[in-house]
Ligand binder design. Structure first.
Ligand code: HEM
Length: 511
């Protein structure tokens, strides 16, 4: 009996040994990039989750780039992945999208977007439709024709509603502004009609994405899933109402997509709900984080604050009627503002990276990446590469004057690149610019509280950035006013707000 037992044990040990060997040395028709797949099953997931406490790269990336170079292999959540921070390779991967590479999202993240096991937004075969529709509603033409002044108006209303408050949590407040503005455009959402604020629900959802995926009551992840369901049900209610009334009386994104339902089979009720949810998600987190960082950097850099202020003052001065709404031409004449936005995006690295998967074996620089392996384009490492960006951790908006389009194409991709480049990029830049335009020309702010930066790998700001807003015209004559007398002497002080004071941040949009 013991002989059989010993044989079974020996076989089990041999099988396990072989399995571990196979795990560590996966099949490859060539040479794999350097690196390690870590422990069986969990790979190097735990190391990846080690947070950073500055704007710098997370320890996982920093250590491995130092040890193996800019392209290395690893394994996360049981998946073999090639991570790259090589500008040429990253550019190559993005340009080859659809040919050698395809979309891919890590499972835990994808599940949150997937509905009942169906494919997530990023991996559906309806990419072209989504891209085209989003560009139609949020792209350059829509901005030119109607969105720009609305953005100016919502920024004005939002900041006015902050006046008199002792402390404003910038990320939460700008996230709420961005999400309610987008929700209005997407499905004519009226925040006064919901007991739950979309801003609160998405804030909890984002926190859950950064937490350990443990779905038991009391955990952040559990609350995240619960609030995700609540946000989905707010959207679903509207979609259902519209479907039963055939979408009459509305002229928004949802209405236009519904008109295509008879032509496109994939446009089901579920699809519409998921699509709107996905678009609200990107709006909430990315826009608010970038704005929070921009405000933080500007406050820490008086010279940059003065320059952005001068840029916007000069736009107003050149107008025939100073109170006229912003024009496309004016928006396109804000080079320094764009530099501030670029620099905030570069240092913020909101998206941890771009995920792709090889469709076939791919040869690169003497290495082979086997078919169906994941590829993570570590945009954060590209953006903090000291060979491209001198003193990469310093906020230096002036650096952008030096870069030509080729440098930017391969080394700066906060919005991705190639076929899947962000369809909301111009919308984001415009919203940020309009907000900054209103803020610097009409208000002053002081920091009340600032949390510590943490990367997990997504950037967060601990307790957040809290500010107090003051109306510039009032502060000019206040004994405690912070407006610099210098700017008045220099003539950079603008006329008082051309907008009526609004008491609530609710958006008025007439479409
Ligand atoms: C700071 C703000 C934002 C950042 C940093 C950002 C970043 C990105 C990135 C990196 C991608 C490419 C993903 C990939 O290649 O796999 C992407 C795609 C996309 N983004 Fe954004 N995004 C932002 C805001 C927005 C907004 C406000 C919208 C909607 C109005 C939006 C809509 C989209 C869409 C539809 C795609 C998919 C494009 C495609 O697959 O063709 N994004 N975004």
């Amino acid at each position: 009996m013991w002989v059989i037992g010993t044989c079974v044990l020996a076989l089990a040990i041999a099988w396990l040994g072989h399995w571990v060997y196979r795990w560590r040395n996966p099949k490859c028709n060539g040479v794999l990039p350097p690196g390690s797949l870590g422990l069986p099953l969990i790979g190097e997931t735990l190391q990846l989750m080690l947070p950073g406490d500055s704007l710098d790269l997370v320890p996982f990336l920093k250590d491995r780039i130092q040890r193996y170079g800019t392209t290395f292999r690893t394994s996360v959540a049981g998946r073999a992945i090639i991570v790259s921070a090589d500008p040429k390779f990253c550019h190559f991967v993005l340009q080859q999208h659809g040919k050698l590479f395809e979309s891919w999202a890590l499972d835990t993240f994808a599940k949150l977007f997937a509905q009942e096991g169906k494919a997530s937004l990023n991996v559906t075969n309806v990419h072209k439709y989504i891209r085209g529709t989003v560009l139609k509603h949020f792209g350059v033409e829509a901005l030119k024709e109607r969105l720009l002044p609305l953005m100016e108006e919502v920024s004005q209303a939002t900041i006015t509603s902050w006046l008199g408050k002792e402390s404003i949590d910038v990320k939460y407040a700008t996230g709420t502004m961005a999400i309610e503005f987008s929700a209005k455009l997407l499905f004519s959402h009226d925040p006064t009609q919901s007991s739950k604020k979309l801003g609160d629900l998405f804030s909890s959802f984002v926190q859950g994405l950064l937490s350990i995926p443990l779905n038991i009551p009391g955990t952040i992840y559990h609350k995240c899933l619960k609030d995700r369901r609540k946000a989905l049900s707010i959207i679903r209610r509207t979609v259902k109402d519209r479907l039963s009334s055939h979408g009459r009386l509305h002229d928004d994104f949802l209405c236009h997509v519904m008109q295509d339902m008879s032509k496109e089979e994939f446009l089901t009720e579920d699809f519409l709900v998921q699509l709107i949810f996905g678009l609200l998600f990107v709006t909430f987190d990315s826009v608010s984080t970038t704005l929070t960082l921009a405000l933080m950097f500007l406050k820490e850099n008086p010279r940059a604050l003065q320059e952005i202020n001068d840029e916007h003052e000069s736009i107003i001065k050149q107008r025939e009627i100073s109170k006229s709404p912003i024009t496309w031409k004016e928006y396109k004449s804000m080079p320094f503002t764009l530099q501030v936005i670029h620099e905030s995006l570069r240092l913020g690295n909101i998206s941890p990276g771009l995920f792709r998967r090889t469709k076939t074996d791919v040869e690169w620089n003497g290495y082979t990446i086997p078919a169906h392996w994941g590829v993570l384009i570590a945009t954060s490492a590209l953006h903090l590469n000291p060979e491209t960006y001198k003193d990469p951790l310093t906020f230096n908006p002036w650096r952008w004057k030096e870069y030509d389009s080729d440098v930017m194409l391969k080394n700066f991709m906060p919005f991705g690149s190639g076929m899947k480049q962000c369809a909301g990029a111009e919308y984001t830049r415009a919203l940020l610019s309009m907000f900054l335009h209103i803020l610097v020309t009409k208000y002053r702010w002081t920091n009340v509280k600032k949390g510590n930066i943490r990367r997990n790998p997504i950037l967060s700001l601990g307790d957040g950035l809290h500010i107090k807003i003051m109306d510039r015209s009032r502060n000019l004559f206040s004994p405690f006013g912070v407006i610099s007398t210098l700017s008045v002497i220099k003539g950079s002080y603008s006329t008082p707000s051309p907008y009526k004071k609004k008491t609530s941040p609710i958006i008025r949009i007439e479409i």
